[in-house]
Design a protein. Sequence first.
Length: 135
Amino acid sequence: ENVLNLETGRKVLAAETPAEGVRLIAAEQTAVHLRTAPLVRTLFTAAGADAELDRYVDQLMAGIKLQVSRVTAVYRERGWIREDLSVDELVETSAALSSVELFLRITGRDGWSAQQYQAWLQRMLWENIFSTAVH
């Protein structure tokens, strides 16, 4: 389903300022990771041994990237997103920064709390995705 039609998407769409938008993205993404990360870790491990699960993971990742693309498009229309980079590069960067893989590494391997991750993600999105004209 289109993220913009879900509660999370409606929150992100309701943002009235770029600062509110980036804060909401980081908060919502962290909340999703907290709910799903343990299951995703198991799925990724199993996908390494099962071709069908591996194809499912590929489809899942493509779907996540599509959702990131939808949010990026909305914020770009508002003039909040950098224009010196292509939309594809911005989507790829945003998807990588907010990926569950990175969340698992930072919180699981590096020992950061979810709150530290959320603050870091907010700063990374602000510095790498959002336009300096709106800072």
